[in-house]
Design a protein around this ligand. Structure first.
Ligand SMILES: [Zn+2]
Length: 86
């Protein structure tokens, strides 16, 4: 079983379909049981979708880095919350 931390480390690979079948299943199993990670995955999907739409317009330098940095901050704050009820 993945921990929430492990899940956040491989979420990009998951969304880019770069995980092995085994890791993919472990990922989905965790998301199915963990409300916090479900919410996290949903937000990550939105970020990826937004970033995916950018290529036609040259993004400001460091835009992606800035987004990722903000997201990591948000993630850190989310970790400080008590665990979601099962
Ligand atoms: Zn989790």
């Amino acid at each position: 079983m993945l921990t929430c931390r492990e899940l956040t480390e491989i979420v990009t690979e998951y969304l880019e379909r770069r995980l092995s079948l085994r890791d993919r299943l472990r990922f989905q199993m965790h998301v199915g049981m963990c409300f916090a990670c479900r919410r996290y995955l949903r937000q990550m999907r939105q970020v990826m979708r937004i970033l995916g739409r950018m290529p036609d317009v040259p993004p400001p330098t460091d835009f992606r880095e800035e987004m990722l940095r903000r997201f990591r901050d948000w993630q850190g704050r989310a970790r400080g919350l008590p665990p979601a009820k099962a």
